[in-house]
Design a protein around this ligand. Structure first.
Ligand code: GUN
Length: 318
């Protein structure tokens, strides 16, 4: 048996098209949604992510601007910038790329963002809205996971969803969204005993721990849906062999570039899972699509034209 591969690129592209439709309709009313992206310092991975986000804005016609405070900035410096962005009417969304340099109090910075402009959904007010099933802005990656499930017609209600990882960015909000969608939810983490046994009870397994190929075939119930949120760069040969021995296509990439990307799910899981998101091309593209969606949603909410986007006759996002 070989898992059905869930095409995140296609789903993300569909959502982006729906978002463009909304933006065109707003343009008729003279409104252009605007996103400010704040990247403090020079984290190479963050620089790549931010470039992708800014590029996507241009593609869907969202106004965007990038702010790059120095690596040595203080919490007060970054909060002052955010306050400035909070006050500007043409800015609908504010995204502070994480992680922040260690001298900065990330919790204070995230709390400084106006909740109405909090397109990452990290402000405690939006976290509270999500956990009490009120409308608000929902973190992009978990919202993308839900869109993949919904648009792939994978039922959630009554299913046992197991999430590996309890981060504020992915694990916890994914647990809330799945719970709100009537799944029975188990959240696992680094201290969970007998992780493979717990995971093997899942109908839907969400891997978001940042450990390359941790989820091997013995973690997966035959036929289960496996959503791989991991994004790990492999540079060592023995690690490469553990994950990809015999995969000639990836071997060539590894030889040429000196690295390959792998999720938290071992490639052998494709032989047992019923459905699986690939890395790359699974959840990743959804994160950006949902950021575009959230920016338009924030613009509509703030500028007083109702909540949520209605696309293809159905409400998308949280
Ligand atoms: N760093 C890793 N993922 C994310 C994300 O979804 N949003 C932000 N702002 N930073 C991140």
């Amino acid at each position: 048996m070989s898992a059905r591969i869930l095409d995140g690129k296609k789903i993300a592209s569909d959502i982006r098209q729906e978002v463009v439709g909304e933006i065109v309709a707003m343009a008729v009313r003279g409104i252009r949604p605007g996103l400010a992206v704040v990247l403090v310092g020079h984290n190479p991975a963050s620089e790549i992510y931010v470039r992708g986000k800014v590029k996507a804005c241009a593609e869907v016609r969202i106004y965007s601007e990038q702010h790059a405070p120095a690596e040595t900035s203080t919490t007060a410096d970054v909060c002052a910038l955010i306050n400035d962005l909070n006050r500007r009417d043409e800015i609908d969304g504010i995204l502070v790329q994480l992680p922040l340099p260690t001298q900065i109090d990330a919790k204070r910075v995230l709390m400084a963002v106006d909740p109405a402009k909090d397109v990452d959904g990290f402000h405690p007010l939006n976290v509270g809205f999500l956990s009490t099933q009120r409308p608000g802005l929902v973190p992009c990656t978990p919202a993308g996971v839900m869109e993949i499930l919904k648009r792939s017609q994978i039922p959630v209600a009554g299913q046992h969803a197991v999430i590996v990882g309890r981060s504020d960015i992915v694990g916890k909000p994914a647990a809330m969204l799945l719970l709100n969608a009537n799944a029975t939810v188990t959240v696992c983490h680094s201290k969970t005993r007998d992780l493979s046994r717990v995971c093997s009870q899942a109908d839907i397994l969400v891997a978001a721990i940042g450990r390359a190929g941790l989820i091997t075939r013995d973690f997966v119930k035959p036929g289960a849906t496996v959503i791989d949120v991991g994004m790990n760069k492999i540079t060592g040969n023995s690690e490469f062999q553990r994950l990809f021995s015999g995969d000639s296509e990836r071997e060539e990439t590894f030889r040429k570039k000196g690295s390959v990307l792998v999720g938290d799910v071992h490639p052998e899981v494709a032989q047992v899972a019923g459905a699986l998101t690939p890395v790359p091309g699974g959840v990743g593209p959804l994160t950006i699509a949902m950021l575009m969606y959230n920016t338009v949603k924030a613009a509509k909410m703030r500028r007083g034209s109702g909540q949520g986007l209605v696309a293809s006759g159905q409400q998308i996002g949280g």
